[in-house]
Structure formats: C-alpha cells, structure tokens
Design a protein around this ligand. Structure first.
Ligand SMILES: Cc1cc2nc3c(=O)[nH]c(=O)nc-3n(C[C@H](O)[C@H](O)[C@H](O)COP(=O)(O)OP(=O)(O)OC[C@H]3O[C@@H](n4cnc5c(N)ncnc54)[C@H](O)[C@@H]3O)c2cc1C
Ligand SMILES: *[C@@H]1O[C@H](CO)[C@@H](O)[C@H](O)[C@H]1NC(C)=O
Ligand SMILES: *[C@@H]1O[C@H](CO)[C@@H](O)[C@H](O)[C@H]1NC(C)=O
Ligand SMILES: *[C@@H]1O[C@H](CO)[C@@H](O)[C@H](O)[C@H]1NC(C)=O
Length: 467
C-alpha cells in the first residue's frame, strides 16, 4: 500500500497538553497540525495565562520522559520537599510530602509551554498555526473550521481531531452536539487571585524555596510556590463573599494584618494593594464527561475532557498522563511506533483504541476530580489538626515498614502512576483499617479507664470487705 494520503491529525489547542500530544503524534509519523487560538507565546513576554507556576510531579514527568522532552524542564524546576505551614502567630512547621524525601516541583507554565512548542516544531511533520480559533467541527467528516486573525475562515479535514482546547473546550461542545456524552459541571464557591512575593533587597528568596508555603485558615487559604527569579507566586483562595467584602485598600490591609500578618513584610503593602485590585479573580469549576471520543474521528484530552479544582496540583499532570495512556492504547491497537500499521492505521483500529481509552481513562479521571475536591479541605483545614497529623505519622511509619502495602494517599497520587481510581480505593480501605484501629485503641483506653474507675468505686468496698 502506498502512503499516498498520510494519516493526519488536527490538534485543537497548543497549551501544555496539546503541544505534548503533538510530539507523540509526530513520533508515529503522522502529519500533525496544531491550531491555537492565541498568538505565539514565544514572541512576547506578556501573555497572561492562568497561574504563573504549577507543581509538576511523577505523572507529568513520566509523560515528558516518554516524549523525550524532559531534560530542559527537569533542569529548570524547583523541588519542593514539603508543605511549610504558616500559622497566624507566624510559627512555621514543615510537613514533608513523602517519607523518602520525594518532591513535587515548581515549574514556570509559560517556559514549559514554550519549550514544548519548540520541541514539537522540531519535527518536520508538525506545523503550528497560531491565531486560529476553532469555530466548528463536523464529526462525521472530521472537518474543522477555524477563524483566523483577519476574520476569514479556514476549513481543514483530518483523519483524527484531538481536542486539547482547555476547560471551555469548543471541541467538547461540538462532540456533545453529536455524540451521547454524559456531562456535569460544578462551580465551587471559591475564587482565586495571584499575588507576588518579590526577591529580598539583596536578591534572595524571602522564604524557604524548597517548600510549598501554606497559610491554612480553615475556610480559606493562601499558598506560595517559588520561581527561578527568586520571587514567589502567591495564590489566595477564598469564598467569593470574602472577596466581595474587601472593597477598599484599608479593608485589604486590615484583612491581611489580621489573617496573614507574616506575609506582609515579604510582599510589601504597596505591591499587595496594587496586585490584589488589578489581578483577575479566577473562578473554579469541575467538569466531568464521558466518553471522550466519537468513533475514530474525535477525541478530547486534558482540561477539555476533565477540569478539576487545583488543590491536588494534578490538572496538568493528569492531562499529560492522558497522552501517555492514549499512547499505550494506540500502541495496543495499531502496533508500535514505527510500524506501518501504526503510521497508516486502519480506522477500525483507531476507533477501538479510542474506545479503550475512554473506557480506561474515565474512572481514573473522575476519581482524581473527587480527590482534588477533597484536598481543599485537607490543605485549608486538616493540616492544622492533631488527628490528621497523627494519622499522617502512623501512615508514614507503616509505609516505611510495608512500602507496598500501606501507601499514603499523597504518595500514590503525586509520586506514583498507580491509577487514580485504585489510589482512591486503596485510600478508602486504609482509612477503614485506620478507623478500626483507632476505634480499637479508643475502646482499649475506655476499657482500662472503666476498669480503673470500677476498681476505685466498686472495687474498694470489695477490698474493704475482704479485710
Ligand atoms: C490556579 C490554578 C493552579 C493550578 N495549579 C496546578 C498545579 O500546580 N499542577 C497541575 O498539574 N495543574 C495545575 N493547574 C491545572 C492546569 O493549569 C491545567 O490542568 C492545564 O493547564 C491543562 O492544560 P491543557 O493544555 O489541557 O489546557 P490549557 O492549558 O487551558 O490550554 C488550552 C489551549 O487551547 C487554546 N484554545 C482554547 N479554545 C480554543 C479554540 N476554540 N481554538 C483553538 N485553541 C483554543 C487556549 O488558548 C490554550 O492555549 C492549575 C490550575 C489553576 C487554575
Ligand atoms: C513524517 O516523519 C517521518 C519521519 O519522522 C517521515 O518518514 C514521514 O515521511 C513524514 N510524513 C509526512 C507526512 O511528512
Ligand atoms: C465562518 O464559519 C462560521 C461557522 O461555520 C460561520 O458562521 C461564519 O459565517 C463564517 N465566516 C465567514 C467570514 O465565512
Ligand atoms: C490502555 O492504557 C491503560 C493505561 O496504560 C492500560 O491499563 C489499558 O490496559 C490499556 N488498554 C488497552 C486496550 O490498551
């Protein structure tokens, strides 16, 4: 068979996940066109995306390694070995993430995106098109229409359309018009705003750079991650009503003095006021849907397929792992990268691979969405409670003794590729053991206290009687 018409993919969205997916597709020898609504971020410094830095962990790193693009990123990230909890009175306490010194890593979103775009563009089969916004996609023919910067339309056809166009995905919207997609969207009441802790006067980090800083305040929290330029990006998460209550500079200063006093000298009130009022207040939603594909024509990945609240630092990691799982499923059904059957696949096999992908990935992604919701409570409140700390300590010991039997949840999610749904199941099982154990513990305490009381109250006359 002559490769007269090569297998071609259109990737919608050149963000973190779309640009990585382009590399995997190029390695299969497919013709790849990436269409990105925004302009090329490599041409300027002022593209304001969401969140300036993010936490990269094992799942994201595994995907970057499989694509062969990890080196530059690993060299330019800042390892964070634990949480550093800031209490109201300025006390600091460190809570390591893993008992074997495992770290999550602060990376610059824009730098990583640029690196992935550069890496994708090195493949002769990849063409990047900026200022192309997807308007419409006809699923049966894989015919996509993009609006260009000059207002004209461009229509293209491809063997497969991959939607990596983020939380407000137009590809998903088009998929939902045609296929039978279950869909749910849930906004949480909390919003966020980004602030900055600049380097100190002598050009150093104002706080420890190898921690993720948290100011947990029960119903809300502030966090900070280090940047390579010695600054920290600070994110304040709180209920919308609390944002609404801060109307003036004085309100803001009072709120910070009462709530996060130790952060003020680092930020400086002037910068705080300036950034707080200027910066966008982001909203937070969770989106679940399934399946993620239509026949052999369209599939969605990354935030387009699943948006989660950011409290586990897994959104991007999960999106990058999507690429990896899709890769494995394509290999199963099409044959390995480099084979003729993979370079020029039979549509029936593509369809089977996408079926497998949707079926396999959905329960994992939804488990992660649920864990991300749960972790907000852990970060803003549980980390300050004795019961939580006790369990964390005991789990740590058990993990050291039985490294594969008892694994703390955070370790399973951030430092392993155990499927998210299995992590959730194992955590629930471990929780029930733990509850039983502490119940037994309490029962033992109650029993011995009762025995002592009995001995005192009832036992004395008995003893007296014996005399
Ligand atoms: C405050 C905050 C903190 C976070 N922290 C972390 C963290 O620490 N760790 C982590 O793993 N994740 C984190 N996340 C999640 C992470 O940002 C996302 O999961 C990740 O950006 C998803 O990548 P994506 O490529 O799927 O989507 P995006 O990054 O949103 O990229 C989508 C791209 O598609 C383009 N696009 C959109 N519509 C169209 C269209 N119609 N046509 C063409 N192009 C289009 C967009 O311009 C964009 O470039 C955080 C999120 C937030 C909000
Ligand atoms: C894609 O790249 C491979 C090598 O990486 C090459 O053999 C093939 O001809 C290219 N295909 C197209 C459509 O450019
Ligand atoms: C571009 O395509 C959209 C959607 O198909 C259509 O509504 C619009 O009229 C087109 N615009 C132009 C200038 O052709
Ligand atoms: C799809 O990939 C997942 C994750 O690697 C794997 O568990 C599953 O068995 C794969 N399914 C097929 C059919 O390849």
């Amino acid at each position: 068979m002559a490769d007269s018409k090569p297998f071609s993919v259109v990737i919608v969205g050149g963000g973190l996940v779309g640009s990585l997916q382009a590399i995997f597709c190029a390695k299969r020898g497919w013709k790849v066109d990436v269409y990105e609504a925004r302009h090329d971020p490599r041409n300027d410094k002022t593209v304001s995306g969401r969140s300036i830095n993010l936490a990269l962990s094992v799942r994201g790193i595994s995907a970057l390694k499989a694509a062969g693009v990890e080196k530059h990123i690993l060299e330019n990230m800042i390892p964070m070995k634990g949480r550093l909890i800031h209490s109201k009175d300025g006390k600091l306490s460190s809570q390591p993430y893993g008992i074997f010194g495992e770290c999550i890593n602060s990376v610059d979103r824009m730098a990583m995106n640029k690196h992935l775009l550069d890496s994708a563009e090195m493949f002769p089969n990849v063409t990047l098109h900026f200022n192309h916004e997807l308007l419409q996609c006809d699923l049966d023919s894989s015919h996509a229409t993009f609006k260009k910067k000059d207002g004209t339309n461009l229509s293209v056809t491809a063997s497969l359309v991959i939607g990596a166009d983020g939380v407000h995905s137009r590809t998903r919207q088009q998929l939902m018009r045609k296929a039978r997609i279950d869909f749910s969207q849930k906004y949480i009441d909390h919003a966020w705003v980004e602030l900055t802790i600049p380097p100190t006067a002598n050009g150093e980090y104002a706080m420890d750079a190898h921690h993720l800083h948290i100011w947990p305040r029960q119903t809300f929290m502030m966090i900070a991650l280090p940047n390579l330029d010695k600054s920290f990006t600070v994110t304040l998460f709180m209920p919308q009503s609390k944002f609404d209550a801060i109307a003036t500079e004085e309100d803001l200063k009072t709120f910070f003095r009462d709530t996060f006093p130790d952060s003020i000298p680092h930020m400086g009130e002037k910068l705080l006021v300036q950034e707080y009022f200027k910066n966008t207040k982001g909203s937070l939603a969770q989106i679940k849907c399934r399946p993620y594909h239509y026949q052999d024509k369209v599939v969605i990945i990354g935030d387009a397929a699943h948006a989660m609240v950011p409290f586990y630092g897994q959104g991007m990691n999960c999106g990058m792992e999507d690429c990896l799982v899709l890769e494995e499923n394509l290999t199963t059904h099409l044959g390995p990268v480099g084979s003729a059957s993979s370079r020029n696949p039979n549509p029936v096999h593509v369809s089977a691979a996408l079926d497998a992908y949707s079926a396999q990935r959905n329960p994992d992604v939804e488990a992660m969405c649920d864990l991300a919701m749960y972790n907000y409570v852990e970060m803003r409140s549980s980390v300050t409670k004795a019961g939580y700390l006790f369990r964390k300590t005991v789990e740590g010991w058990l993990h050291r003794l039985f490294p594969t039997t008892v694994i703390p949840l955070y370790t399973m999610v951030s430092f392993s590729r155990i499927p998210y749904s299995e992590a959730l199941r194992r955590w629930k099982r471990q929780s029930s053991w733990f509850d039983t154990a502490s119940l037994l513990g309490k029962t033992a305490v109650v029993a011995s206290v009762s025995a002592a009381v009995f001995a005192l109250v009832v036992g004395r006359p008995v003893v007296a009687f014996k005399k």
